[in-house]
Write a protein that binds this ligand. Structure first.
Ligand code: ADP
Ligand code: ASP
Ligand code: MG
Length: 400
């Protein structure tokens, strides 16, 4: 088989861990598979580099950030290739550029435009294990770009799609996808199979076990995707088509997104074009707006609320202040978003009201609500985030 294996930060977090990964790769190679390995930076490394930059300014130029952040994955890819060659395994390490990963020019949040996999394929034909630095690519102007936090998952899926791999395995520090973050709820259960759509919701709503864009792409390219642990041999979770899941759970999981901040504008003029003006401006600066809420106006003015990723709040403040608005602006970084996700919601009512009931019983105030066919999301005070996850997990009997 042709297999893409991706190893996350904790899986390559120390030299001993890289050595363990080399052993796993050796086993797969010896059983006759062709292998492309995608690696993340050592755990904590990307955060450390971001902190380094923040020593100088809260809004470092995004181009320079890309050059800085891409270095973490270069370290692990070259070290893993060195570890493999020390074992007598023929291997080659490639940067994003060398692997032919072309992106748009949105620095720190680039999208992959195309992959020119000729080089990768050539090395595979020569029997080499190809080790690729995840999370990075190259723009048309030859600039280094990165794919957003957790982006090595996306690198792996995109490469798997482009070389038509039989399987894409995402190795991490938990056994697979759970009903909620097992670090928050000890009774969380591992899910054996989950649909692309449910996984996509869970991932976009904070379950960082897979990066959301990687799931989106896996669905689009029909990549067979498995998440599993690099610390044991347990079977992982298969992310697959809805049709191949016999028993559709009413609720599959609960997600918590801590990277949220609420922006409120009070006294906005209730007239055509106001929302367009604000959100166009934010979109132009690549700030991801979510959960927009506007009230029915009174006396010609209204309130407008929305959330942005917390790590984009400084940029959001900068953009909003340039709007010369007379409105009252409020930024609240002390919020989280908790969500309930499940395919069964399509055909059953009462899921949302149960979520509201559950939070009410815990005396947790809901600040914002948004729903889709298969999810209910609520913005609440940060200090109740984990409590809400545990209460909802129990309310839908996910521990059973
Ligand atoms: P990696 O460094 O391997 O990419 P991440 O830290 O990005 O790993 O993702 C794995 C982590 O995701 C787990 O350690 C776990 O705490 C967290 N997580 C959040 N939600 C879930 C979930 N529903 N199932 C499994 N893990 C989850
Ligand atoms: N190292 C990057 C990050 O921490 C990419 C990744 O780990 O997937 O976000
Ligand atoms: Mg990750």
């Amino acid at each position: 088989m042709l297999i893409v294996q991706k190893y996350g930060g904790t899986s390559v977090g120390t030299l001993e861990r890289i050595s363990e990964v080399a052993k796993r790769v050796e086993r797969a190679k010896k059983s006759g598979h062709s292998l492309v390995i995608v690696v993340s930076a050592m755990s904590g490394e990307t955060n450390k580099l971001i902190e380094f930059a923040k020593y100088f300014t809260n809004t470092p130029p995004r181009r320079e950030m890309d050059l800085l952040l891409s270095s973490g994955e270069r370290v692990t890819s070259s070290l893993l290739s060195i570890a493999l060659s020390a074992k007598g395994i023929d291997s080659v390490a490639l940067t994003g550029r060398q692997a032919g990963i072309y992106t748009d020019n949105i620095h720190t949040g680039a999208r992959i435009d195309k992959i020119d996999s000729a080089q990768i394929t050539q090395y595979i034909k020569q029997g080499k294990v190809v080790v690729i630095a995840g999370f990075q690519g190259i723009t048309n102007n030859g600039e280094v770009s990165t794919l957003g936090r957790g982006g090595s998952d996306l690198s792996a899926v995109a490469i798997a799609g482009s070389i038509k791999a039989d399987l894409c395995e995402i190795y991490t520090d938990v056994d697979g996808v759970y009903t909620t973050d097992p670090r928050i709820e000890r009774n969380a259960k591992k899910i054996n199979k989950i649909s692309y759509d449910e996984m996509l919701e869970l991932a976009s709503l904070g379950a960082k076990v897979l990066q959301s864009r990687s799931v989106e792409l896996a669905k689009k390219l029909n990549v067979a995707l498995v998440t599993r642990s690099s610390f044991n041999e347990n079977e992982g979770t298969l992310i697959t088509k809805e049709e191949s899941i016999m028993e559709k759970a009413l609720v599959s999981g609960i997600a918590l997104d801590k990277n949220q901040a609420r922006v409120t504008l009070r006294g906005v003029k209730d007239e055509p074009g106001i929302a367009a003006k604000i959100f166009n401006k934010l979109a132009k600066e690549n700030i991801n707006v979510d959960m927009i809420i506007q009230n029915i106006g009174l006396d010609g003015v209204t309130n407008l609320g929305f959330t942005v990723p917390k790590d984009e709040i400084e940029e959001a403040k900068r953009v909003m202040s340039k709007l010369n608005a007379s409105e009252l602006l409020e930024f609240d970084p002390k919020v989280v978003k908790v969500s309930v996700v499940g395919l069964g919601m399509k055909s059953h009512s009462g899921v949302a009201s149960k979520a509201f009931d559950t939070l009410a019983k815990e005396n947790i105030n809901i600040q914002m609500i948004s729903t889709s066919e298969i999810k209910v999301s609520m913005v609440i005070d940060k200090k109740y985030g984990e409590l809400a996850v545990r209460a909802l997990h129990e309310a839908y009997h996910l521990d059973k």
